[in-house]
Design a binder for this molecule. Sequence first.
Ligand SMILES: [Zn+2]
Ligand SMILES: [Zn+2]
Length: 203
Amino acid sequence: MSSDLPLRCRCGHVRGVAHEVAPSAGFRFVCYCTDCQAFAQYLERPDVLDAAGGTDIFQMPAGRVRLTAGTDAVRCGTFSGKVLRWYTDCCRTPVANTAAAARFPVVALIHPFMDHEAGGHWRDEAMGPPLCRIYQRSATGLLPPDAPPPPSLATFARRTSKILGWWLCGLGRPNPFFNDRTGAPIIAPQISCRHGPTAQARG
Ligand SMILES: [Zn+2]
Ligand SMILES: [Zn+2]
């Protein structure tokens, strides 16, 4: 069962929809990397992080994500130059991470942008539980007992084949964060020097 998930910043100015969301139609994980933590700090949104500094992320095909209102308030920053971090200027809600190039067919939605009224375990129902955790070495606290496991080779393989499939099926376009004709980001990314460059691409 898949469903359309409303997307919404905290104040409601920026809205969108994620189509055909289902556990099998994406890849949910928790990222403890320092860049994700720095992003939440930059936005002054400590509520984005779990008790150990993790960010709940759902990667899905870019072509199934639409922004329907308030795109004037969408902003883009980057620490590494490899990952673009999208947020809203109106209420500093983290929206999504993308690759720096439009051709990478994935949008990684960050949980505060997912609107919901159901409460409780709605994310587990819509997207399935997180399949793994990554960069746990930079966790800022003890992981909760129910933390997802570290990625296995099978998890990596599953993610790779999913992304390849999305690309082959043309589900990566249009990417709502890039101009479909020129491939340029809809707003120029601002480089943040505060955190410094990182050695690896991070989710
Ligand atoms: Zn807002
Ligand atoms: Zn991260």
